[in-house]
Design a binder for this molecule. Structure first.
Ligand code: AMP
Length: 493
């Protein structure tokens, strides 16, 4: 993989800094070669075996990710906030041969892996004397990331080595990455945003990535205030929280923040729509006009405001290098300027398939190879503006994609629930807030239902509110009318 081959040229430069120290590119190369040797355990090539890993953002995360790639395996990063049933779903779907965990998640992941006869390794044990590593064809799968896509239950998005390289090359060119860059990572590492846009682009460039184990607004404000960084990338919910923290800070701390952040050359927002008031308030507080971009697990990044030149609030700019984008109207024809259409994308950054879902893969592409994103946009003055998603059942909350159908299915399996509708309600912090409306024949507390959900669903999928109703609004076909549900749960009770 070129990403890894290039690292030798950066040698003693710092690649990663985490809570335990700083690590050079040379250490990353050695560490990942030793990790690969352990994973290979005598075989010549993992030949597409999946390796799941549950490791905090850290040098070890990258060492293991690169180790899997170098051994010819497919990396499956697990979400650190998933409760057991979500992890089981991923394990049962991709059937990894090995699962790796840091201490913190050993009690959770260990029993799940052992009962499936998956070999369990602790992070520190992924280490062995170096061996000759296989030559991995770039067209081979490198990673599987889970997303709800444009419909239904989470699916594994299969991303090849070549996809990752094209995604990196596109962003490095567009956002002018260099070895002098230093980026702060505060994003989760089971999602393309942190994995490719932050870490992979940094390491491709010989830059330095400073990693925090998670997001804490006060800590991030402090790190940004201290200077030394050149780049920061986050989702709108994070900027909203940082604004909240700064709004209550002293004038002195705000001035220190502004001074520290002035050294950055670029601040990026993406993964969900950036509300214009957030962009404006951030500009007042930091002096930076956030660069908003649009992307998706299946395509990497697709559209971006310019690095140089005007960034238009509310717009996601123009196609990135290597990415072909078109808008297709309801009539199946290319939409003219000013006419809304579905965003379709083609090019080397686009994934190959949903893991073991040939039908959904086929449906996701047009006959001539364009990926249908399920997002609607319009071109105005040559720039794209996102209007929304074609499916009301796909929500975005805090930058994470959520399938309403998945939550509905689970709620319906609760013995007390007879009907349910899950919707996204516009929210200044979350973008969309997950809200459920349920019909329960026998009265019960919403906290009881939420507690039940929390043991089964990732935290961001658990509805922030559960409303009880006698019945749901339905059309003559019996289908719930979701816009009406949104209105009912949004109006003051
Ligand atoms: P994911 O695969 O989790 O990255 O989610 C991708 C989805 O996030 C897209 O299909 C869009 O619906 C949404 N999205 C990403 N970036 C933006 C943006 N800048 N504005 C609006 N929606 C966005």
């Amino acid at each position: 993989m070129e990403l890894i081959d290039r690292a030798a040229g950066f040698d003693e430069r710092i690649a990663v800094a985490d809570r335990s120290g700083t690590f050079s590119y040379a250490q990353l190369l050695t560490g990942s070669a030793r990790a690969a040797a352990r994973l290979l355990a005598g075989s010549a090539d993992l030949t597409g075996e999946r390796v799941a890993f549950m490791v905090e953002p850290s040098f070890d995360y990258v060492r293991i990710q690169w180790g899997i790639w170098r051994a010819g395996g497919v990396a499956v990063p697990l979400c650190l906030t998933h409760p057991a049933p979500e992890l089981e779903y991923v394990l049962d779907t991709v059937r990894p041969s090995i699962a790796i965990t840091s201490d913190r998640y050993a009690d959770l992941l260990g029993p799940l892996a052992r009962s499936r006869e998956i070999e369990m390794l602790a992070v520190e044990d992924v280490d062995a004397e170096p061996v000759i590593l296989p030559k991995v064809d770039p067209r081979r799968p490198a990673m599987i990331l889970f997303t709800s896509g444009t419909t239904g239950r989470p699916k594994g998005v299969v991303i090849t080595n070549a996809n990752i390289e094209a995604q990196i090359a596109s962003l490095v060119e567009a956002w002018e990455w260099s070895a002098e860059d230093r980026i702060l990572l505060t994003l989760p590492l089971h999602h393309i945003h942190g994995i490719v846009n932050v870490i992979a682009c940094a390491l491709w460039s010989g830059a330095r990535c400073d990693m925090l184990p998670g997001f804490d607004a006060a800590e991030v404000v402090d790190r940004l205030s201290n200077g030394g960084l050149t780049l920061y990338m986050a989702v709108p919910t994070i900027y909203h929280r940082l604004i909240g923290d700064l709004d209550t800070a002293s004038a002195e701390d705000r001035a220190r923040f502004r001074e520290g952040v002035s050294a950055l050359r670029l601040m990026v927002s993406g993964s969900a729509a950036l509300p214009v008031p957030v962009l404006e308030r951030w500009r007042e507080l930091s002096g930076h006009t956030l660069l908003e971009r649009y992307g998706m697990t299946e395509i990497g990044m697709g559209l971006s405001n310019p690095y140089r030149g005007d960034r238009v609030p509310g717009s996601v700019g123009m196609p990135l290098p290597q990415v072909e984008v078109r808008l297709v109207g309801d009539d199946g024809e290319s939409a003219a300027e000013g006419v809304p259409g579905e965003i379709q994308v083609r090019g080397p950054t686009v994934f190959v398939e949903y893991w073991e879902r040939p039908e959904e893969t086929a449906e996701a592409f047009t006959d001539d190879g364009w990926f249908r994103t399920g997002d609607t946009a319009v071109v105005e003055d040559g720039r794209y503006r996102i209007l929304g998603r074609t499916s009301v059942d796909i929500l975005k909350t805090g930058g994470e994609k959520v399938s309403a159908l998945e939550i509905e299915e689970l709620l319906l399996s609760h013995p007390a629930v007879s009907e349910v509708a899950v919707v996204g309600v516009d929210d200044p912090e979350w973008g969309q807030r997950v809200v459920a409306m349920v019909v329960v024949p026998t009265p019960m507390e919403s906290d009881e239902l939420r507690d039940w959900l929390k043991t089964r669903l990732a935290p961001h999928k658990v509805p922030k509110e559960i409303h009880f109703a006698d019945s749901l609004p339905r059309n003559p076909m019996g289908k719930t009318i979701k816009p009406e549900v949104v209105e009912m749960v949004s109006s003051p009770r």
